[in-house]
Design a protein around this ligand. Sequence first.
Ligand code: G3H
Ligand code: 13P
Ligand code: ZN
Length: 284
Amino acid sequence: MSFVPVEDLLKDAEAGGYAVGAFNCNNMEIVQAIVRAAEAENAPVIMQASQGAIKYAGIGFIVAMAREAAASVKVPVALHLDHGTGFEQIMWCIRAGFSSVMIDGSKMPLEENIAITRRVVECAYPLGISVEAELGRIGGTEDDISVSDREAMFTDPEEARYFVEKTGVGSLAVAIGTAHGRYKGEPRLDFDRLEKIRSLVKIPIVLHGSSGVPDEAIKEAIRLGVRKVNIDTNIREAFVDAARKVVGENPNEIDPRKVLGPARDAATEIIREKIRLFGSSGKA
Ligand code: G3H
Ligand code: 13P
Ligand code: ZN
């Protein structure tokens, strides 16, 4: 099956009251883990590649691996650019075969974010490509900022309504207390803010930085309208921990397959758990 647009998957998720998992891939084993997990759970899935992943693997390898993976399963698979920041790069991804792109103009002033998002929407939609944007600043757990400073970066609900109206974007990533990477303490999500955004914005909401967010908080976010949940760090942890374990227990092992095979299995398992948590198991 060829890649499906993310928006088709999110429309079904909206109707069914669940969220679709969006999992970051950087190499062949993780690409395989994503589709194996989705097939085992009979779930729709979003495979996403960041600019870092594209730089590491090469855009041709990412698309070729993802295509082969999608063709090997019956469940619907989307290929999405995660945190794209440049217009040209987004065009390259569309040309290379991505079915969905994110334009992350969240570091820009509001009107500039609107302008670049609108430009991407105008070019992508006639081609059947979905577009996700970001409003507010999600940031990373490594960013050394206070709780009050982080709250100042949260998505403003009224601004979100204005942004969606001006851009016509298909889905919106919001800042409500999550961050990318490993959390130092337990993240506290601003559900009131999410509820307010949801009442003003009629498109699917995307949750970034979802690794390490307690299961109950993820479920509540989905109940309040989150339809795409991004996971990267938990896959990295599962993958590298499993590889480290093999190497630790077998210091003379030199066969990469013996190291990366268990890592792939561990990644598959954590992705299956997330799919079940998001309620998308059996929804393919
Ligand atoms: O949102 C960020 C993702 O975890 C991708 O991270 O830029 O290191 O590939 P990366
Ligand atoms: P985590 O690495 O915190 O799961 O975040 C993933 C993400 O938001 C990718 O865009
Ligand atoms: Zn993200």
